[in-house]
Design a protein around this ligand. Structure first.
Ligand code: LLP
Length: 422
């Protein structure tokens, strides 16, 4: 459930008409809903109730400071994968003690930064990283709290570009070598082994892959304890999918996911961490664009928008589906016709939807892409000399621009022309 609904014939973001925000900010723009973010965080919190837990929101899904502050104020931790994301979490008031640092390529500088900010946990993904963490910790005279990310060789049954738990993926330490890795970790100075971490992929629409991964982690935890390791935390990663097609998709509910967590790892006496990104932010955001042309092509109609693949890359990159709805509510029973919804960027990949049945839309009309709050603005670029898309956060009947659209001058001023040119 989200808070982008029609009221009085107009799409609203909570209590604010989307058209009012557009009048103030222009298009394209992202709009996020505080009530939806809050609700999704609480749903997870309740799903894990009874277990000691931390919901470490995956900053990569939507790293806007206003979003991080909203979630941080509810008690969320943050899962970060770079110093930049770590700094964002800190800037939003989330202390290092609630930050989990994941990622396959942490540099020595990033590890030192994390240790200096009392990071809650480093999720270490390789033997090589383990050695570097130890070296940095010793040099900085600190002890690094470490969980090893194991690769359980489980097929997440999701898009190949976002599956991470198979042995051919670059992520994690093969689970068959986990005991060896933990023994090495224990022997290394500057490392305190505290937990086990796993993350098998994103946009999972079935609980079965989670179940096999979590069972493997439970079994491993028992073995590691026999080996003398003090495993006190289990990080189960993120990945629970959302309904991108509201009409016909119903991925598992956080409540059922929580029950699975309790069933598989709940009796180990560990603190449980999860790292959801998409489920918290995805349906808490829309991208709004305006129709520039309704172009009659050879046997098809193109709706050319002022939003493009540089603003929302998911359809171009993963062939992802986003529901597209007019901002002005269509009359009941109005006939739909198939159109191709495209952006102005100069490649055919700049296509949001092909042969999508939509009610009549003309130049000047506003449309909203639903489920765009996660992996939307964070993946945007300035391709084709387009300005970075702005972001707005709504809370009840208020809204605030939480990232302004830069001016063309600001965008151009970031470049410099070297002195050797004439
Ligand atoms: N933890 C780790 C270690 C991750 O790599 C990810 C996502 C998450 C948590 C959060 O997963 P979520 O709950 O959001 O599924 N750009 C792609 C998704 C990339 C996901 C990468 N890792 C997309 O637009 O579908």
């Amino acid at each position: 459930m989200d808070h982008f609904l029609y009221r009085d014939g107009q799409l609203h973001a909570e209590d604010v008409p989307v058209a009012d925000i557009v009048a103030a900010v222009g298009t394209p723009l992202y709009i996020y809903s505080t009530a939806t973010l809050t609700r999704h965080y609480r749903v997870f919190d309740e799903a894990l109730s009874g277990l000691p837990h931390l919901i470490a929101y995956a900053v990569k899904a939507n790293g806007n400071l206003a979003v991080l502050k909203t979630l941080g104020d509810l008690g969320a931790g943050m899962d970060v994968v770079s110093e930049g994301e770590f700094r964002r979490a800190l800037a939003a008031g989330v202390p290092g003690g609630r930050v989990v640092f994941s990622g396959v390529g942490k540099t020595a500088e990033e590890i030192a930064f994390a240790l200096a900010h009392n990071v809650r946990q480093l999720n270490v993904e390789s033997f090589e990283e383990l050695e570097l963490v130890s070296q940095v910790a010793v040099a900085e005279n600190r002890s690094a709290p470490v969980a090893l990310r194991v690769n359980p060789d489980v097929d997440a049954k999701t898009h190949a570009k976002i599956a991470t738990g198979k042995s051919e993926n670059k992520f994690g330490i093969p689970i068959a070598r986990a005991r060896e890795a933990y023994a090495r970790a224990k022997a290394l100075p500057g490392i305190e082994v505290i937990g086990v971490d796993v993350h098998i992929g994103s946009q999972l629409t079935d609980l079965a892959p989670f179940e096999s991964a979590f069972e493997k982690v439970a079994e491993l935890t028992r073995l590691l304890r026999e080996d003398g390791h003090d495993i006190r935390r289990i990080d189960l990663g993120g990945g629970l999918g959302i309904p991108y097609r509201q009409a016909n998709e119903a991925p598992p509910l956080p409540f059922d996911y929580g029950a699975l967590v309790k069933r598989t790892v709940g009796d180990l006496g560990c603190e449980i961490e999860i790292e959801p990104g998409r489920l918290i932010a995805g349906n808490a955001g829309i991208l709004v664009g305006r129709v520039v042309y309704r172009k009659q092509g050879e046997g098809r109609v193109f709706l050319v928008l002022d939003a493009a693949m540089n603003d929302l890359v998911r359809p171009a990159m993963y062939d992802a589906w986003h529901d597209i709805v007019p901002v002005r509510e269509p009359a009941p029973g109005v006939e739909r016709a198939e159109v191709d919804v495209v952006g102005p960027v100069c490649e055919s990949g700049d296509t949001f939807a092909r042969a999508r049945p939509l009610p009549p839309l003309e130049a000047g009309d506003l449309v909203a892409f639903r489920s765009a709050g996660a992996y939307g603005a964070v993946m945007s670029s300035e391709y084709n000399g387009r300005r970075l898309v702005p972001e707005v956060l709504v809370n009840g009947d208020q809204f605030a621009v939480v990232r302004a659209r830069p001016s063309f001058d600001e965008m151009i001023a970031r470049d410099t022309i070297p002195s050797w040119t004439a």
